[in-house]
Design a protein around this ligand. Structure first.
Ligand SMILES: CC(C)(COP(=O)(O)OP(=O)(O)OC[C@H]1O[C@@H](n2cnc3c(N)ncnc32)[C@H](O)[C@@H]1OP(=O)(O)O)[C@@H](O)C(=O)NCCC(=O)NCCS
Length: 182
């Protein structure tokens, strides 16, 4: 096995110019619920989940998974970045063979349009390239999700294929590993 499954977790917090990427903590619970309950955040992700259900089911410390970063600005969570095992695909498919680790990102709407997602994803991808040199990262997004399409392109993902799923056109991109800056 390669990919995110072999990486030592959690790493020390990663600091960028404006942000901190770190493992989740109990104090992030309300922001996790907000991310999942937000209609704007979930427009292209199957829709929001009922807040009452989230209040009941989200664990005390949410997002405790290898490769799940909380993105913090000024001491508060503004989003999450996930480096996770590649979503299931039929054996032998081009998408499955393109890479074992998949990137996802969710930011609270009031923080959009300031470059935070680009800054945080860049740092997470550099960290991953240092931990698993040579490993590509893959990404799915709906083509209708314009901000996500722009972000994927800025991060260096290129299209492998488009396909129909969940009643919408999906975009599948791959980013070759880059050598981390020393
Ligand atoms: C996808 C998502 C993370 C993109 O967020 P975003 O804030 O638009 O992305 P970026 O961090 O790249 O910000 C880019 C914008 O900030 C602007 N910006 C302002 N200050 C900036 C700065 N200092 N540096 C860089 N960009 C800056 C850019 O001009 C750009 O504006 P534009 O989109 O009008 O061209 C966000 O829309 C989101 O969370 N969506 C819901 C979840 C989702 O759909 N995820 C996809 C699942 S794969």
């Amino acid at each position: 096995m390669t990919g995110i499954g072999l990486v030592a977790w959690p790493p020390a917090p990663i600091r960028t110019e404006r942000l901190v990427l770190r493992e989740s903590e109990a104090r992030d619970r309300e922001a996790f619920i907000e991310l999942n309950a937000s209609p704007e955040v979930n427009t292209y992700l199957g829709g929001p989940r009922p807040r009452a259900e989230l209040e009941r089911t989200v664990p005390e410390v949410p997002g405790q998974r290898r490769g799940w970063f909380v993105v913090e600005l000024g001491g508060a969570m503004i989003g999450t970045i996930q480096l996770k095992p590649h979503a299931p695909e039929p054996p032998g498919s081009r998408r499955l063979e393109a890479g074992e680790t998949e990137l996802g990102y969710l930011f609270l709407p009031e923080t959009w349009g300031r470059g935070y997602a680009t800054e945080a994803c860049t740092a997470a991808l550099e960290w991953f390239a240092g931990a698993q040199p040579g490993e590509p990262v893959v990404l799915y997004t709906q083509t209708a999700n314009a901000p996500s399409m722009r972000l994927a392109t800025k991060l260096g993902f290129t299209e492998l294929e488009r396909f129909e799923a969940y009643g919408a056109e999906q975009w599948f991109g791959v980013r070759p590993s880059v050598t981390p800056v020393e």
